[in-house]
Ligand binder design. Structure first.
Ligand code: B1M
Length: 212
């Protein structure tokens, strides 16, 4: 790994937000691409944090400070993930489903969508089905984008789809899902319109759904 990326990686593992901010900027200044910094430095570090948690070496506080360091690094990266002078392809209401507080992946998807000029309504984390329904009704969002990181909360994606049906809004919106435990098979099972494995593919999928 490039030494600049190594410092970003180690900074996230140590939960050292100040170091991460400096090292992400240094990596950009040294000419590394934002996707490389994101995938090989930052997302890889969060994967290692998860592994250490599973092994019992990290606990929730360590995960939390690593997540904060990651978020700070993402703020530095954000302007570099933006496409210039693009017309808005549409409006997306995004959130992490009820019961789930993980927001880094959701924020990344929101950031990439904004970078591609989508209008993004970020509903935050722990979003109950009714709040997604309300957002579609009030904002006219054409896409509902749901993120889940826990096997115990991904079922709330289906509950949200059911709530959209009950509110008579299902035909008006496309539903996209993603997050570590979510698969294409699961998306099909619950009747979602789209799934993507990562944030950049989520943008391509959102564009595709609106073109369909
Ligand atoms: Co938690 N956590 N966590 N955690 N956490 C996981 C998810 C876990 C896999 C760790 C592990 O055991 N290895 C595990 C889940 C096990 C499971 O259900 N199978 C777990 C657990 C168990 C828990 C708690 C229950 C721990 C506890 O309290 N005992 C608890 C639950 C709290 C709750 O939500 N109710 C908990 C808490 C936390 C923190 C709050 C401490 C913190 C989150 C802080 C935050 O988000 N602000 C945290 C963290 C940081 C993690 C890990 C380490 C990292 C997650 C992350 O940010 N990854 C995670 C381990 C891991 O994932 N390997 C873990 C980086 C991020 C960029 O990836 O979010 O997957 P991700 O997003 C990806 C794709 O999935 C995709 O795009 C992104 C990449 O470009 N994507 C989408 C995401 N959403 C999408 C939506 C789309 C499309 C693509 O379309 C709409």
């Amino acid at each position: 790994m490039d030494t600049g990326l190594e410092k970003v990686y180690e900074g996230i593992l140590d939960g050292n937000a100040k170091l991460v901010v400096v090292e992400v900027q240094n990596a950009l200044d040294a000419g590394l691409g934002p996707a490389e910094i994101l995938n090989q430095g930052m997302i890889a570090a969060m994967g290692e944090v998860g592994r250490l948690f599973e092994e019992g070496e990290y606990f929730v506080p360590e995960m939390l400070i690593a997540a904060r360091a990651m978020q700070k690094g993402l703020e530095v990266l954000k302007p570099y993930l933006t496409e210039a002078d693009v017309q808005s392809p549409g409006k997306v209401a995004i959130g992490t489903v009820k019961g789930d507080l993980h927001d880094i992946g959701k924020n990344l998807v929101a950031m990439m969508l904004e970078g591609a000029a989508f209008e993004v309504i970020d509903l935050g984390t722990d979003v109950p089905p009714e709040k997604f329904v309300e957002a579609v009704r009030d904002s006219g969002a054409q896409i509902v984008a749901m993120s889940a990181l826990l096997t115990t909360t991904m079922t709330n994606m289906k509950n949200t789809i059911d709530a959209l049906k009950e509110a008579g809004l299902r035909d008006q919106v496309k539903v996209m899902v993603g997050g570590a435990p979510v698969t294409q098979k699961y998306a099909d099972q619950i009747g979602a319109d789209g799934f993507s494995e990562d944030a950049s593919r989520a943008v391509a999928k959102a564009k595709l759904l609106l073109a369909a």
